[in-house]
Design a binder for this molecule. Structure first.
Ligand SMILES: CCCCCC/C=C\CCCCCCCC(=O)SCCNC(=O)CCNC(=O)[C@H](O)C(C)(C)COP(=O)(O)OP(=O)(O)OC[C@H]1O[C@@H](n2cnc3c(N)ncnc32)[C@H](O)[C@@H]1OP(=O)(O)O
Length: 238
């Protein structure tokens, strides 16, 4: 399994554009203001040579679903713009980095590994149904028990998916609670689908749940519930 995954990384032939004719979610429609154009961008939620046939297949299916506008592919970047950093400072004005230099290297955790070796994923959002789906191919650097994904890697992508679902509804939110049941181990380099949905909103609290399934929906790998809290600029923490 691992060998086939690694050999995929060496497969030539690139398709780095979205398929199916649907356009990616426009940056300006992002709820928390647009990313700054001054930041070098590469959208990492598009097919690359490390993607398996299964990954391409499910990606193409969601791109097809996006043609009528009901689903939108969410672009994904490694770096946060300086503008976005300023927005975050509104909520954490007193926070001081321990050292400035490492911050210049800061990047989104799930996008921090080399192509094909870590988290290969793309997310799609359905605004009417308040659902976010993540298609995930977990690479060889995410191993826990030999041949299977590390639980922390699974938790990372669950948090990212339910987090995106919450952000797209609530704006500036943070995870307050995340509860995961790991039902079956996920084979390394396989493709799984994380289906999340906003269940309810109570004041500043957003409750989001999700499941992680195989492509054929026959295997339920994990289930999770989460609580996100909308940040309150009047309440500042470190
Ligand atoms: C800054 C936003 C930038 C957005 C950028 C978007 C870009 C990309 C998105 C990708 C998605 C990434 C997803 C990843 C998200 C994370 O992993 S965040 C990191 C992990 N989380 C944290 O570090 C949070 C630490 N906690 C806090 O900072 C605070 O506790 C809090 C902000 C969550 C809440 O604090 P506060 O605002 O003071 O609220 P409270 O008064 O404490 O609580 C409000 C209500 O919520 C209830 N509550 C709070 N915590 C819990 C809990 N753990 N369990 C259950 N309930 C909780 C609390 O009881 C209050 O309820 P009531 O109002 O009384 O009913």
């Amino acid at each position: 399994m691992l060998r086939s995954c690694v050999s995929l990384l060496r497969t030539p032939g690139v398709l780095c554009v979205p398929l199916g004719g649907a356009s990616p979610l426009a940056r300006d429609s992002w709820p928390l203001r647009s990313y700054s154009s001054e930041v070098a961008h590469r959208d990492h939620s598009l097919p690359n040579p490390s993607w398996s046939k299964d990954m391409r297949l499910i990606f193409d299916q969601f791109m097809k679903k996006s043609e009528d506008g009901s689903w939108k592919r969410l672009p994904s970047y490694k770096f946060i713009s300086s503008k976005r950093l300023e927005e975050v400072k509104i909520f954490f004005p007193d926070s001081k980095p321990v050292k400035e230099e490492p911050l210049s290297q800061a990047r989104l955790f799930p996008r921090s590994l080399e192509e094909g070796l870590g988290f290969e994923y793309a997310m799609f959002h359905n605004q009417v149904e308040n659902r976010t789906v993540c298609i995930l191919q977990g690479g060889p650097y995410l191993q826990g028990i030999p041949g299977f994904l590390h639980g922390g890697a699974i938790a990372t992508m669950i948090d990212s998916t339910v987090g995106m679902c919450a952000v797209l509804t609530g704006g500036a939110v943070m995870t307050a609670n995340l509860n995961i049941n790991f039902r079956r181990p996920i084979p390394l380099c396989s493709v799984v689908v994380i289906n999340s949905q906003l269940d309810k909103i109570e004041g500043r609290k957003l409750f989001v749940s999700c499941n992680v399934q195989s492509l054929d929906e026959k295997t339920l790998y994990s289930e999770a519930t989460s609580l996100f809290v909308k940040l309150d600029p009047k309440k500042t923490s470190p």
